[in-house]
Design a protein around this ligand. Structure first.
Ligand code: PLP
Length: 390
């Protein structure tokens, strides 16, 4: 691996060696099309069916409720647009939060253009949606609520049990973006609460370009129409030749992540706490995610009197970190998640997300503390406002 310090595991993870090894035979020896009616196809189809069964077992859901996609973005589009298409009358209302991933926010914006109404709830300074505000925003015509389980930037975990009770009593479907939670916190209980969820392989040491839509009771209700048509694959719910190697890799990655979760996350959590403590020792540093339940691997801090772009530039050649989600790293806007939490713009600019993973070591953490402390000190030295602070 690149010897530069990598603390951006929420953006993506390296593919595990075991995952690559599991995939390799399906690129060459077992290259058949799973939809073909001959032995090459049967072999590939068996591999795909085995992978779906294995993932179903690991997640505690029926394999019938899983549809393979290219990743969470596609799954999110499938869910939101599918529910909108299935609505019985004109109009329709979706309830979501301003802290969702852009895949949800941008899809909601597209649906607004199609005439749906969307309510975007603020979150509190702790990153949590207010249950009272959520209850009040539900309407008789609210067809779907989209509330992510674990936030990709802050790692904040939403109270899904209470949210699910509210949506259930309103007859509203519930989708939760579980992309970041997989392999970091147990999910069985969560999947029992929601109607839809989504996953991306590359967040769990699997390949990029493969993911899953979870659709509760899919077999009974054929609950969601396809987003991608053609060929009738995956029970007509996602057209296109089924990607055997990536599906085999996804199953192996999820197996490794779930089996190693307890041990891995305990170790990672200790490292994250050490990293956070080291960085909070910097004068005026504040944590943006310590108020409640959160992912064990994610630290998120702001450093007043520091130019955020300057901080990233100073760190870039030595370590990989993020100050917003990777998906909108081209934007100069500060993180929409921090803004939704009410973090002041300047402070939102001057923030870092540090996400640890399977290959993070205690030495990495000490190195990161030293590098960031030194960069913050230097940037403040050249900031006249730092000199003048009272
Ligand atoms: N949802 C969350 C919470 C994410 O972190 C991501 C990736 O950053 C996505 C959705 C989109 O995943 P992908 O880019 O793999 O489609």
């Amino acid at each position: 691996m690149d010897s530069r310090l990598y603390l951006d595991y929420n953006a993506t993870t390296p593919c595990a060696r075991e995952v690559v090894e599991a995939m390799l035979p399906y690129f060459q020896e077992h290259f058949g099309n799973p939809s073909s009616g001959h032995s090459h196809g049967w072999l590939a189809r068996t591999a795909v069916e085995d992978a779906a069964c294995e993932i179903g077992n690991l997640l505690g859901v029926s394999p019938e409720d899983l549809v393979f996609t290219s990743g969470s973005t596609e799954s999110i589009n499938t869910i939101l647009k599918g529910v909108a298409r299935k609505r019985t009358s004109a109009g329709g209302h979706i309830l979501t939060t301003k802290a969702e991933h852009k895949a949800v926010l941008d899809t909601c914006a597209a649906l607004e253009e199609d005439g749906l109404e969307v309510t975007y709830l603020d979150v509190g300074p702790d990153g949590l949606v207010s249950l009272e505000a959520f209850r009040q925003a539900l309407r008789p015509e609210t067809i779907l609520a989209a509330v992510m389980y674990a936030n990709n930037e802050t790692g904040v975990i939403q109270p899904l049990e209470q949210i699910a009770a509210l949506t259930r009593s309103n007859g509203t479907l519930l989708f939760s973006d579980t992309t970041q939670a997989l392999g970091k916190v147990p999910l069985e209980g969560v999947l029992g609460l929601v109607d839809f969820a989504c996953f991306s392989g590359h967040k769990v040491y699997g390949p990029k370009g493969i993911g899953l839509t979870y659709i509760r009771n899919n077999a009974d209700k054929a609950a969601l129409p396809a987003l991608i048509h053609g060929g009738g694959q995956q029970k007509r719910q996602r057209g296109g030749t089924i990607n055997t190697p990536l599906i085999v890799g996804l199953a192996r990655a999820i197996r490794l992540s779930v089996e190693c979760m307890e041990e891995d996350q305990k170790r990672i959590n200790e490292l994250r706490d050490r990293l956070e403590a080291g960085l909070l020792a910097i004068e005026l540093a504040v944590s943006n995610n310590r108020a409640g339940n959160r992912l064990p691997n994610t630290a998120h801090l702001s450093f007043p009197y520091v130019d955020g772009a300057g901080l990233l530039t100073a760190l870039n050649s030595k370590m990989a970190v993020s100050n917003g989600s990777a998906c909108n790293s081209a934007a100069v806007e500060p993180s929409h998640v921090l803004l939704a939490m009410g973090v002041e713009r300047n402070l939102a600019y001057a923030s870092l997300r540090l996400s640890l993973g399977r290959f993070t070591t205690a030495q990495d953490v000490e190195k990161a503390i030293a590098l960031i402390t030194e960069s913050v000190r230097r940037l403040r030295e050249s900031n006249i406002l730092w000199e003048r602070r009272s």
